[in-house]
Design a protein around this ligand. Structure first.
Ligand code: 4NP
Length: 150
């Protein structure tokens, strides 16, 4: 079983979309996918309605997801931890106990643009365009991740 965790700040906009998109591209009997946030502001909430809407436009239902906070335990429970931006990276890596755990953490857009360290922009305070843009970026990244783990 390959285990993949998607991480953003709130776990209501970007990482729930990444979770839903990757789930749509892999064999679920051999892949476990989840998402979490580095912040606790939205714990227990459903994804942002704009993330639910853009996923829905592509035939993906993420409305059953519930936000949770990233925890140190996640380093044991997951093989790959994909973060959306540099700030998520710093927050997650700060909790790693050793180099092995640190090496599990990767900026998700480095799958598409290796070594460029690009961020998936936080769409929370913007309009619907931001969510469409995030969807497109995550869809490309998840195509490549799925190819790698399938
Ligand atoms: P996300 O977006 O990290 O993509 O889920 C955010 C959602 C909420 C907040 C920040 C980012 N917030 O500060 O409430």
């Amino acid at each position: 079983m390959t285990r993949v965790l998607m991480v953003c700040l709130g776990n209501i906009c970007r990482s729930p979309l990444a979770e839903g998109i990757l789930k749509s591209k892999v064999y679920l009997h051999k892949t476990f996918i989840d998402s979490a946030g580095t912040g606790a502001y939205h714990v227990g909430e459903k994804p942002d309605r704009r993330s639910i809407a853009v996923a829905n436009d592509h035939g993906i239902d993420i409305s059953d997801q519930k936000a949770r906070k990233f925890s140190k335990k996640d380093f044991e429970n997951f093989d790959f931890i994909y973060v959306m931006d540099q700030s998520n990276y710093d927050n997650v890596v700060a909790l790693a106990s050793d180099e092995n755990e640190k090496a599990k953490v990767k900026l998700i857009l480095n799958e598409v643009f290796p070594g460029e360290d690009l961020d998936v922009p936080d769409p929370y305070y913007g309009g619907d365009f931001g969510f469409k843009n995030v969807y497109k970026m995550l869809n490309e990244a998840c195509d490549l991740i799925a190819k790698k783990i399938n």
